[in-house]
Every structure is written in structure tokens, then in C-alpha cells.
Design a protein around this ligand. Sequence first.
Ligand SMILES: *Cc1c(COP(=O)(O)O)cnc(C)c1O
Length: 430
Amino acid sequence: MTDGPALGFDTLQIHAGATPDPATGARQTPIYQSTAYVFRDADHAAALFNLQEVGFIYSRLTNPTVAVLQERLATLEGGVGAVCCSSGHAAQIMALFPLMGPGKNVVASTRLYGGTVTQFSQTIKRFGWSAKFVDTDDLEAVKAAIDDDTRAVFCESIANPGGYVTDIRALADVADAAGLPLIVDNTSATPYLCNPIAQGATLVVHSTTKYLTGNGTVTGGVVIDSGKFDWSANDKFPSLSAPEPAYHGLKFHETFGGLAFTFHGIAIGLRDLGMTMNPQAAHYTLMGVETLSLRMQRHVENAIKVATWLENDDRVDYVTYAGLPSSPYAERAERCYPKGCGGLFTFAVKGGYEACIKLVDSLKIFSHVANLGDTRSLIIHSASTTHRQLTPEQQEAAGAGPNVVRVSIGIENAEDLIADLDQALAAACG
Ligand SMILES: *Cc1c(COP(=O)(O)O)cnc(C)c1O
């Protein structure tokens, strides 16, 4: 792309990071299915390995197809750099890795994707890290949870599974005052509906598996850096501020400035943890991102229609969609998410656990799957599936009680989705 007036989102989602292939003129970004790249000469190889020159060495670290996706996603989020990973969960580890260490903790929202609750409450303990879960609506509780060993604050923008909306600006102010980076999982909102960096977030993570790819084909993740955090303000982030023995004492922040986190993510994170996105996955995600804004508009439009219909149905107890005027979050939604609250929400069925099971088994257009952000409509009974590993208290806190189903509204005809829910509710509730 050429320098000029700032381009709009619809243009950037198609063009950012990509140029016609210099070797062949191919208009679409080729899938560079190559593990390694030939060095011009021994000096070139040495410069690459010393991080004195940027280029391609080996696809565990960098790949030209993946690089286009990284630049496109960084652009859409308003960040300075991005590192793609093999999954959303990999991206979360990659985001925390340079910040944490044994004995350090992350203060995290209670309203998170079920898998993230498990990753944070169980698995990261193996690294000596821990998470403290707090209700991020209670800013005093967030402040109180932060201690000398806290290294990050973590939340989702539009949170799983209930479609709850976070006031990112308010949380960023708390993190800022404590000198900590705020990490926002922007999977359910996407950069079309929410730009966490513009609202003060330091890092953004995504499961690109969901809306960014958009049609349920490949898993992937990304960490995007705002480039704004001062990693050298104190000695809390030595991976970024102190000499790195693996690179002859190079200091990432001093050397790369705003790109320190991104360079560290590739040169240390991908090199040593190996959670790499493959070029095929990057290709599918690049295809998806080209139509992101169009799909998100339809996801939102359909979600409002379906949520409104459900809210008015006698067989339904309540609907937790922040895009409904009746939502307790309606004011916040309008202020922080003016383009809409996504396609994800939950509703409670009057018949409880048994009725939920019958409902998911009776639907014909909706698929019962553990996924979200697909073109097709999806449903899951969280309590018996994704949130099964959680305690009943954790399930309730996450908005995934036994009488609750989560839907991810697709881009089909809304009338067909409503008719499908109508017949399945009839089967479920007798
Ligand atoms: C799916 C999801 C994840 C995990 O991503 P994977 O690609 O499945 O590893 C993390 N956060 C949110 C909000 C998700 O929806």
C-alpha cells in the first residue's frame, strides 16, 4: 500500500500487509509452504541470527504468509506488531510468557472463555504462575487484587459465554495506575466492533479460530502489541528490559523500542516454545479477514433479531445479550461498543438442564458444537460441555449455569434461525 490518507477498515481488511507477490505477480498472497529460506551469504545468515537484520530463517519463527496476516491484524487493531500462534490458547501463553515468572500472578476477570479459566486456574501453576480472578465491574476489587507480584491484568472485551461487555477504558486506567499491562482477549468482538488498544489496552490476543477466520476451518491465535508500554520503567519485566543471555546480552526494549514485545515473541517465544501458526492456517485466516466487517454487521443484525424474539418467548427465562435495550449493560454497550455487541449470548430455558439437552438435540439449522464465530449458527450447553470442568460456583460466575445455553448467531436468514429455535423449544418444553 502507498502512504496517503488513512484508509478505512473495509479497505485495510483486504489490503493491509499484502502486496502482489514480488517473484510472480500473484495477486493473492501465496501460501509459502517452505520450512527454510536460503541465506544470501554467511554474513547475511549471521546478521539474521543476531537480530541485526529482519528476514526469514526458518518457519518456526517467521513465514511470509504468516507475516502478511500478522501485519494485517496489527493494522486492524491499531498495534505496532503481531505474533501469530497455533491457537488462541497458545496466544495467551505467548502473551504472558515475557511478563510472568515463578511466583508472579495475573489478575483476571471471572468472565472468561471456559478453557481460559482452566488454563489460568490449573495449567499455568506448572510454570509457577497463578491467576487471581475478580469481577472486573468492581474496580476496587481489581485494585485490591493487584499486589507486588502481579504482572498483568487480563479480560475479554465481549466476554464468553454471556456476551457481557467490559468497560476496557476503566480497567486500563486501573492497570495504568498500577504500572501494569492490560491484556484484552478481543476474540468475540473482533477489531471491527472493538479496538482495545484505542481504549488503553497494552496487548490484544485473539483466537483467530473464531470470527477472524470466520468459517470454522483452522485454529490459530495472535498477540498484538500496542507498542506503548514502558517495559523499562522498573525491574518488573526483565525479559524485555534486562540483558538477554541468548542474544549476547541484547536488551529487547532498549534495542527495539515499541517493537520489543513483538521481537521477543518471535525471537524467544516462537523459537523456544514453538507454538507456531502454519502457512495454510494463515491463508484460511487471511481469506476470512477480507470479509470481517460484512460478516460482523450481519452477525450483529441477526443476534439482535434472535435475542429479541427469545426475550419475548414464554419458554425462555432470560436472555443475556448486551445489545438488547433491556440489558443492564445497555448504557455501557452503547458507549463502548457502538457498532454492536457481537453474535454471542446465552439464554436460560425454563425447563432447566433436561430441557436444554432436548433443545440442543432438536435443533436442525443450529449445530451443537464447541465453537463460536462461525458463519453458521452454533449452540452449546456449556454446563455439560465447555464449562464441565468448572465447579458449580465457577459455572454460575461465568454465566454458564445448568439452565443456560450459549448461542453463536451465524449469518443465515434470521427468520430461519427463529423458526428453528421455535420448533426446538416446542420439543424441549412440551
Ligand atoms: C476459543 C477461544 C479461546 C481459545 O482459542 P483456541 O483457538 O480454541 O485455542 C480463547 N478465548 C476466547 C474468547 C475464545 O473464544
